[in-house]
Ligand binder design. Structure first.
Ligand code: C2E
Ligand code: CA
Ligand code: CA
Ligand code: CA
Length: 273
């Protein structure tokens, strides 16, 4: 059987469940790319120290007629392996642009994976779509993970500069979970550091947990980066992280990822009183 480019899957009786699932997801994704309506965006508020919305992280959502709702942690990885991530990313960006165009006060964070960033026409295609719709790139922060930095640091640094020149701001996502050395922080011009929720979760568990987050925040501020703590699930964590100097907060305690209309009514133009 002919298979998609990047996934040589062995069709044998002993093919594993995980591979079968990946194949079902890949086939479902190909259908989703032909079927507008299966894909959507949920927006999770990122909130400043005074409790106001700073921007919202755009998170991909996919409900397949056959597979039901598939989490992005799963289908993004399959899309990358199957060579579908660039096309998928384009569709998702189109949806985000619809919302940016409809809500001029909205600013978003956009997740971009390594393969997307490295695709030669990725940045021009973003810029073209924004220009065509009259949306300033400054309304978008691009979130890159440490994996992006580690894979090909020189090309990644070049891409980061191109994004900055185009007017985007840049965040380093999931900080602390990867294998990057903190030395990269000095070489890349990021605007924002997002401390991964695994550290946030430990902040109250031990003196060491708190010391680690405290150190991360001080280091980020020393490098002129703004800090987002993600995965904040309680008022207690929020209070402590703000005390430690975290600039921005994100997590279920503040709000979950929301459909655009709910984001707008709850956070963008809340009813007076
Ligand atoms: P991420 O970029 O780290 O996004 C944050 C994830 O944490 C989201 O999961 C969000 O729903 C979840 N989260 C938020 N607050 C809390 C909390 O208080 N507690 C806990 N336990 N979790 C919280 P989600 O939406 O399932 O996304 C998973 C990952 O999929 C994202 O992790 C991101 O890496 C990737 N992803 C999502 N959308 C896109 C996309 O459009 N493009 C790309 N390339 N990746 C995406
Ligand atoms: Ca993210
Ligand atoms: Ca993250
Ligand atoms: Ca994370």
């Amino acid at each position: 059987r002919q298979r998609g480019r990047a996934t040589p899957v062995a069709f044998s009786a002993i093919i594993g469940q995980a591979a079968r699932d990946a194949l079902a997801i890949e086939q479902g994704l190909r259908e989703a790319l032909r079927n507008p309506g299966e894909l959507s965006i949920a927006y999770q508020p990122i909130v400043g120290r005074t409790g106001r919305l700073e921007r919202a992280e755009a998170l991909a959502r996919w409900t397949s007629p056959r597979l039901g709702s598939v989490p992005p942690g799963r289908f993004i990885a399959v899309a990358e392996q199957a060579g579908l991530i660039v096309e998928l990313g384009r569709r998702l960006f189109h949806l985000v642009c619809d919302d940016l165009a409809a809500h001029p006060a909205l600013r978003v964070s956009l997740n971009v994976s390594t393969l997307q960033l490295m695709a030669p026409d990725f940045i021009p295609s973003l810029v073209d779509e924004l220009r065509a719709r009259g949306i300033p790139p400054a309304r978008i922060e691009i979130e890159l993970t440490e994996a992006v930095v580690v894979d090909d640091p020189r090309l990644a640094a070049q891409r980061v500069e191109e994004l900055r020149e185009a007017g985007f701001s840049i965040a380093l996502d999931d900080f602390g979970t990867g294998y990057s050395s903190v030395g990269y922080l000095e070489q890349f011009r990021f605007d924002t550091l997002k401390i991964d929720r695994s550290f946030v979760a430990r902040v109250h568990r031990s003196a060491g947990g708190m010391a680690v987050v405290d150190g991360m925040i001080r280091m980020a501020h020393g490098l002129d980066l703004r800090v987002v703590c993600e995965g904040i699930e309680s008022a207690r964590d929020l209070d402590l992280l703000r005390e430690l100097g975290s600039d921005l907060a994100q997590g279920y305690h503040l709000d979950q990822p929301l459909p655009i209309d709910e984001l707008v009514s709850r956070w963008l133009d809340p009813e007076p009183g």
